[in-house]
Structure formats: structure tokens, C-alpha cells
Design a protein around this ligand. Structure first.
Ligand code: SAH
Ligand code: SF4
Ligand code: F3S
Length: 471
């Protein structure tokens, strides 16, 4: 048993991160024979990708996936801590699972992993009030899933294994990718930025980069297997390589990934502070690096940005934004914005609206500030009233929507390349994404799935884009 510890989780040491290889305990290969599993994923792309690892580890033990948690033998929740509502969703699901375990299936095995597993408060609650949860496994030791699951079954008691200090980088964890055409590739784990509102540096640990050669090898294999697209993942991909004792950074990595010949490269998320001119040049130089950048700003008020610990001002952000727009032709830029950070005044909020007016973002994720356990901002006494936060969110969204529509209108009547993902929920249509991550529904033959095809855009709205494939 090992429980999360926030003091340890916050520490950043100079200890060298080791690279190790995943080893599967062959004795566990029949643990899931004739058994089914249901995996529920909350949170970001990092969690989605971790879930692709979880699926492969479970299937290597003989478990079979099903869509219905009510009849599954094993249910795993891969959780997210970023805001209160992510928490509430996971706890709501635990409530439903408790009911099933008590009434229909006493043998149901329930496991919890992901970022909430790293939270002291959550695990305290699980250990004391959710004794029926069979196991908890943290983000740093996810590769121990087979062993921890096995122990909880063998000992017939709750098993908790959460490391608060980041472990090694584990290569070779099996993966069952959700798509045959596009893939997530981790390039950097953890985060050292400690933005004052954010829990991620606690739940994901110290910033640590994967070796370039391991990343390139993975992308080369994806190319061989017919993959068209990769998304390079990290909480802050621009910090890639900063933890190496040799010179190799995001600019170098992007260039090397581009040279593998993979058709489309996306990367996220980019912290503005680490965005270099060299990166901008590489993005502009290679046709297979997509002209799409997610560049979270969080606030337009330099005063609030300082309190958030974001390390840039409104002015320096705008300077970077304008430079990217100027140097990368046709670039589409999206952002994240938080409203109602403690102490945010109407004046501060107006600065955010003003910044949005300047940047005219193609799209944005907007959030109401949510206090997170043990983060510095949660301890501030000048929290903003809920009603004020909601009203600001609404005003902000109106402006964001206006510019999203304007952005979509730019491709109306144009023909754009789309990677065809699959069959749309709209009857008889396909769906896919443009090279600027815009979702398009369009008419076309099913044989196009998995290919990059030209689509003529016939109609655009704030939330939808329609088209027809052209040969
Ligand atoms: N690493 C990325 C973002 C990760 S979290 C970055 O630095 O930009 C995704 C988004 O969630 C953040 O960009 C932020 O807008 C939002 N977020 C993070 N913590 C939050 C909190 N406590 N309350 C509300 N939104 C939050
Ligand atoms: Fe959180 Fe800031 Fe790190 Fe992003 S950069 S994960 S917002 S601490
Ligand atoms: Fe959530 Fe953890 Fe991602 S907190 S946003 S799942 S890194």
C-alpha cells in the first residue's frame, strides 16, 4: 500500500529520471479470461492516451471490452482533477457502481486511476468511505495495473498504490489505439510551471521528456502501419528537452518528426512562455506540421496573469500571438480562458474581452475558476461570487462564438483537405478534421475513411461545418 502525499508531490529534485522498459508478468495472462471490462475516461488527451495503454494491458490479460458498465466484471474510472465538475462526475459514477455492486453484481471489481488517484483528499475519502472500491493506482505507476489488480483480487481487500514522486519513464507499455489513422504520442510528462490555480503539477509530477529517439521510432512505426496523423502530447510541449543534459529541444524534435514523413503533425499544449522563434520557423517551414496552435492565455489582465504565475503579460502574449500569425501562413490559434480567478475585477475581465477582440481566436475553451485542493489560489480569500463568474462566462462566450463563426466563414465555399475519421451521427454522412482541427460533416463514400480527401465547404455555423467530398 502506498498513499498520495502532497508534500512529496510538490518537491522537484535534480534526481536523474531513468528510462525503463515495461515488462508483462506472464503469470497474469489469464487473469481476465472470460471476463469483461468497462473503462470510463475523463479529462484531457493525456488521459485518453493512458486509457489506450490501460485497454491494451487489460486485453493482454484476457479481458474483453464491453459498452455496458452494468454487466461488466471490471470497471475502471480514469479520472481528472482539473475542476470540481470533473470530480463530481467521477464520484457520481462511483455512486452508481456502488448500487450495482450491492444489488446486482457483488463480484464487480472497481478500480480508480488517473489524476484524482494522486489527490490526498480523494484517497482519504476512498479509503474511509468507499471501502468497496477494489483498487486505486496512481499516474506514475499505471504500468503496475496488472499486479495491483491481481493483488486486490488475490487478497480480497482494497489495494492502493499511488507514488507521489514521479518514477522512471517507462517505454514499451502496450497500447490499443482508438484510431487506425491518427495517434497520440507522449513527448513530455508532468509540469513544473505551478500556475497558482492548477493541480496538474501535483497529479502528474516533475517535467520529464522522453528521449527523442524513442519518440521518432514510435512515429516511424506509426507511418509504417499506415497512420496519417500524430498529436505530440504534453502539459507543456514547448518545455520539451529542458530537462536533458544535452541540447535537444522542441524545435529539433518537431523538425525530426516532420522528417519521418507522417502526413500531419499536431502538438499540444503550448505554454506561451516557452514558445521560441525557432519553433515558429520550423512550423512555418514544414508542410506536414499543421498550421494549428493551441495557445492558452487564461486571462487578458497582466495583474491577474501575475497572480496566476503565468510568466507573461498581456502585451508579451499579444506580441507572440501576432508574430505567429505573421510567420505561419493561414495559422489557426485556439486558447483557454479562465474567468473569476480570485480577485478578478470587472476591469480585469474587460482586459480579457479586449484581448479576445484583438486576437479574434478561431476557437476557445472557457472555464469558470474552480478552487483545487492545496493550490495557492484556493487559499486566497477574495474568491469571486458564483453569479459574477457565470455572468462573465456568458459575456465571454458570446464574443468567442462571434469569432468562431468568423473563423469558420473563412473556409466557406473553399475546398480544404480533411482526414476522414468515420461515419457521422448525421445520417448518411462522414466526418473528419481539417488541417486546422475544424470538424466537418460531409457527404462521401465510406471507402474514404482513413484518407485525407478534398472537401468543398458548403455551409458553416458557429458549431458546425458541412461540405461534400470532391475528387
Ligand atoms: N497545460 C495546459 C493546460 C492544462 S489544463 C496549459 O498550461 O495551458 C487545461 C485548462 O484547464 C487550462 O488551460 C485552464 O484554462 C483550465 N484550468 C486549469 N485549472 C483550472 C482551475 N482550477 N479552474 C478552472 N480552470 C482550470
Ligand atoms: Fe497547469 Fe500551468 Fe502546468 Fe498548464 S502550465 S498544466 S495550467 S501548471
Ligand atoms: Fe485532468 Fe489530469 Fe488531464 S487533471 S486535464 S486528466 S492531466
Amino acid at each position: 500500500m502506498e498513499f498520495p502525499d502532497y508534500v512529496k508531490a510538490k518537491k522537484r529534485t535534480n534526481e536523474k529520471i531513468l528510462n525503463e522498459n515495461y515488462e508483462f508478468n506472464i503469470n497474469l495472462r489469464d487473469l481476465g479470461k472470460d471476463k469483461t471490462y468497462y473503462l470510463k475516461t475523463y479529462g484531457c488527451q493525456m488521459n485518453e492516451h493512458d486509457s489506450e495503454n490501460i485497454k491494451a494491458m487489460l486485453e493482454n490479460m484476457g479481458f474483453t471490452a464491453i459498452d455496458d458498465y452494468e454487466t461488466a466484471d471490471l470497471v475502471i474510472l480514469n479520472t481528472c482533477s482539473i475542476r470540481e465538475n470533473a470530480h463530481n462526475k467521477a464520484f457520481g459514477m462511483l455512486g452508481r457502481l456502488k448500487h450495482i455492486k450491492e444489488n446486482n453484481n457483488p463480484n464487480l471489481i472497481v478500480g480508480l486511476c488517473g489524476c484524482m488517484a494522486q489527490e490526498e483528499g480523494v484517497i482519504d475519502e476512498i479509503v474511509h468511505k468507499y471501502k468497496w472500491v477494489n483498487f486505486v493506482i496512481g499516474t506514475h505507476n499505471l504500468h503496475h495495473l496488472p499486479e495491483v489488480l491481481n493483488l486486490s483480487i488475490e487478497n480480497n481487500k482494497q489495494e492502493v498504490e499511488v507514488f507521489s514522486k514521479e518514477g522512471s519513464i517507462i517505454e514499451g507499455i502496450p497500447v490499443k489505439r482508438d484510431s487506425k489513422y491518427k495517434a497520440y504520442v507522449n513527448i513530455i510528462y508532468g509540469c513544473d510551471k505551478f500556475c497558482t490555480y492548477c493541480i496538474v503539477p501535483f497529479t502528474r509530477g516533475k517535467q520529464r521528456s522522453r528521449n527523442g529517439k524513442d519518440i521518432i521510432r514510435e512515429v516511424e512505426e506509426l507511418v509504417k502501419d499506415g497512420y496519417q496523423e500524430v498529436t505530440l502530447l504534453g502539459q507543456n510541449v514547448n518545455a520539451y528537452g529542458k530537462d536533458f543534459d544535452y541540447d535537444y529541444n522542441m524545435e529539433n524534435l518537431l523538425e525530426d518528426v516532420a522528417k519521418t514523413g507522417i502526413k500531419r503533425i499536431f502538438f499540444m499544449t503550448s505554454h506561451p512562455w516557452d514558445f521560441t522563434d525557432g519553433m515558429i520557423d520550423v512550423i512555418a517551414k514544414y508542410d506536414n506540421i499543421m498550421p494549428f496552435i493551441h495557445l492558452p492565455v487564461q486571462s487578458g489582465s497582466s495583474r491577474i496573469l501575475k497572480l496566476m504565475g503565468r510568466r507573461y503579460t498581456k502585451e508579451s502574449y499579444i506580441e507572440l500571438f501576432d508574430k505567429i500569425k505573421e510567420k505561419v501562413p493561414g495559422v489557426v490559434i485556439s486558447t483557454d480562458i479562465i474567468v473569476g480567478f480570485p480577485g478578478e475585477t470587472e476591469e480585469d475581465f474587460k482586459e480579457t474581452l479586449d484581448l479576445v477582440e484583438h486576437c479574434k481566436y478561431d476557437s476557445a475553451y472557457t472555464f469558470i475558476y474552480s478552487p483545487r485542493e492545496k493550490t495557492p489560489a484556493a487559499a486566497l480569500t477574495n474568491q469571486v461570487d458564483e453569479k459574477v463568474k457565470e455572468e462573465r462566462l456568458q459575456r465571454l462566450n458570446e464574443l468567442i462564438n462571434k469569432y468562431s463563426l468568423e473563423s469558420n466563414e473563412k473556409i466557406l465555399d473553399k475546398t480544404v483537405p480533411v482526414l476522414v475519421d468515420g461515419i457521422s451521427t448525421k445520417k448518411g454522412e462522414l466526418f473528419g478534421y481539417t488541417n486546422t482541427k475544424k470538424l466537418v460533416n460531409f457527404t462521401g463514400d465510406e471507402s474514404l475513411i482513413g484518407k485525407i480527401v478534398n472537401v468543398h465547404i458548403t455551409d458553416v455555423k458557429t458549431w458546425s461545418i458541412d461540405g461534400e467530398s470532391v475528387e
